[in-house]
Design a protein around this ligand. Sequence first.
Ligand code: FPP
Length: 259
Amino acid sequence: MFKKPRWLRWKGGKPQDEAGWKDRIDMERLPQHIAIIMDGNGRWANARGLPRTAGHRAGMGTLHEIVDASGEIGLKILTVYAFSTENWKRPPEEVDFLMHLMVEYIVKELAELHEKGVQIRLMGDIEDLPGDTRNEMKNAIEVTRNNQGLVLNIAVNYGGRSEILRAVKQVCAEVRGSRLAPEEIDEELFGRLLYTEGCADPDLVIRPSGEMRLSNFMLWQIAYSEFWFDRILWPDFHREHLYQAIVEFQQRHRRYGGL
Ligand code: FPP
């Protein structure tokens, strides 16, 4: 008989099994890198008759909780998709709000993140951001540069395809200047030209909100990532969902094309 997949059965809200997902995590086999597409803020707000911006603000609260939980369990890298190259197509008021929310996030959280040893990195074209967003981001990166705890990689004005094209252009320039021979181009060299230089690829990609697509996110880096989708909306996502995703990730058998 057809058995509905778990994400269809679960209508959001609290995880079905609250019996200690955290205790079920095998801490010896934690994923090194988790990447999250923070989706569903708008729908969360709509469902409550609130403006979309209220959903983004609630989503910022979720980000705080998830960064905290990630640091606490000793995750190495957390990447979050905050604003894509396509998100500029949204109404200007929403774009402005999101840009200011990022400033607010840094202003509010930087001291605590720094104290907890979080290293903030940015993935995307920072130069096209409004001045105050760019400056706060640059400052946060600078202040936390030498921290040894969780790497919090924020994707802002980020698109996977444009990231790949940017690397291709660099490779072409090197080849044209005779500093690189085409035979020397391999995955390792190419990977070093991406925003994620020096970071392991995501082991696990989480996308809440019921959408099952990648939306131009980390197209190169997620070649062998595991995916965890759920209908929960990002503002309703809590640390228990993160733990559950990790437990389920640990139950999978990664073969990387082998047997
Ligand atoms: C997608 O949901 C979410 C975004 C485009 C913005 C994500 C931003 C936050 C979570 C705010 C906090 C982030 C930082 C870095 C301060 P959506 O608006 O497309 O939701 P919908 O699909 O339900 O409309």
